[in-house]
Design a protein around this ligand. Structure first.
Ligand code: NDP
Ligand code: GDR
Length: 357
């Protein structure tokens, strides 16, 4: 019998970690994830996959660790003996990285270095080849140099988070070239889903739309509405991570839809889905502005499309709809038909049930 492929994921409790785990389990992998000890549970996104490890045939295992703790990373590597490692763990909020720059750089930048060093020693000692994926970001492009942004566009990072990602990107290339490691950088543009963290702009908007429609919220406070992002669907993007590690040779790839929209357009479409006018609800609050902003992101993923056979499956309109629908459903509101928009009158019953009328 051939042994199952074993993958290790840092950041397994995050949006991408949860989708990637599902995907790898479907592919027959044994999946190991690193989680952080917290005083309240942080495993909501993966609870549906988790089973008692004492049971026969279990293929998802969790280990306590942290990217700021190199000793534990080494110990987990020895224990798990993975053939693929996906480094998704990060303090991933750009605005927060201005408040907490040292910690952000420690987890995102030095954390990647710790993991690469652990892999280098592990490979040298055991002779086992490990394939490594680094979760790079379109934030690395920062101040616009040229559009659309491709693998050859220069970086100009605009936040502690983005600076740390650039460092991790170049360390990954450096380890590939210095130690012949199979190490790939994905340069992923924004990708969203109903599992997106609640303080990122798309999810903040779709949750507010559902709550406003249900009469549970009156206003939505936002920052800069002019910035443009290339938004895709997270499930499509984790497939690209895996595809990179299945190639004969390691390389770096941009993953993006090639379309860009302003935050304002996202608002228009999300509120429009429930037939509300966003301007009646949205207020400005400067605490959501960043000291330096990234104005325009639009990715050119030709290389990934040609060499990995990757394509996005969800349009901007489809993404907004599926996120609003999921947040409405979470409040017990279901759309009368899957494609149509909802009228405010459709929410009357729900409002009544919630005691909001
Ligand atoms: P999330 O913020 O949803 O998840 C981040 C994960 O990292 C969580 O599991 C979190 O654990 C974990 N984590 C945080 N700090 C540490 C640490 N010190 N040590 C170990 N783990 C830690 O991010 P996404 O899933 O959206 O993104 C995944 C990766 O891809 C990140 O590296 C992000 O920077 C990058 N990226 C994301 C893009 C996007 O649009 N989503 C685009 C491009 C890159 P906990 O649950 O305990 O907080
Ligand atoms: P981003 O995502 O910074 O692109 O990083 P985010 O959703 O936080 O912001 C997108 C844009 O919206 C503007 N904005 C607001 N943002 C938030 N969070 N809250 C607000 O109230 C608000 N109002 C306006 C922002 O200024 C920004 O221009 C995400 C993260 O997932 C990173 O980890 C990842 O690397 C990049 O995407 C690609």
């Amino acid at each position: 019998m051939t042994q199952r492929k074993r993958a290790l994921i840092t950041g397994i409790t995050g949006q991408d970690g949860s989708y990637l785990s599902e995907f790898l389990l479907e592919q027959g992998y044994e999946v190991h994830g690193i989680i952080r000890r917290t005083s309240t549970f942080n495993t909501d996104r993966i609870d549906h996959m988790y089973e008692d490890p004492h049971k026969e045939g279990v293929r998802l295992f969790l280990h306590y660790g942290d990217l700021t703790d190199g000793t534990t990373l080494r110990r987990i590597l020895e224990e798990v003996q993975p053939v693929e490692i996906y480094n998704l763990g990060a303090q991933s909020h750009v605005r927060v990285s201005f408040d907490s720059p040292e910690y952000t750089v420690d987890s995102v930048g030095v954390g990647t270095l710790r993991l690469l060093e652990a892999i280098r020693d592990y490979q040298q000692r055991t002779g086992i080849q490990v394939r490594f994926y680094q979760a790079g970001s379109s934030e690395m492009y920062g101040l616009v140099q040229a559009v659309p942004q491709s693998e050859s566009t220069p970086f100009y990072p605009r936040s502690p988070y983005a600076c740390a990602k650039v460092y991790a990107h170049w360390q990954t290339i450096n380890y590939r070239e210095s130690y012949n490691m199979f190490a790939c950088n994905g340069i992923l543009f924004n990708h969203e889903s109903p599992r997106r963290g609640e303080t990122f702009v798309t999810r903040k908007i779709t949750m507010a739309v559902a709550r406003i429609a249900a009469g549970k919220q009156k206003k939505l406070y936002m920052g800069n509405l002019d910035s443009k992002r290339d938004w895709g669907y997270a499930k499509d993007y984790v497939r690209a991570m895996w595809l990179m590690l299945q190639k004969d040779a390691p390389d770096d790839y941009v993953i993006a839809t090639g379309e860009t929209h302003t935050v304002r357009e996202f608002l228009e479409r999300a509120f429009g889905y429930v037939n509300l006018n966003w301007e009646d609800y949205v207020e400005f609050d400067q605490r959501y502005l960043r000291p330096a902003e990234v104005d325009l992101l639009i990715g050119d993923s030709t290389k990934a499309r040609q060499q990995l056979g990757w394509e996005p499956s969800v349009t901007f309109e489809g993404l907004v709809q599926l996120m609003v629908q999921a947040d409405l459903q979470a409040l017990g509101i279901t759309s009368p038909n899957a494609t149509g928009t909802l009228k405010p009158s459709d929410f009357a019953t729900v409002r009544q049930e919630l005691g909001a009328l």
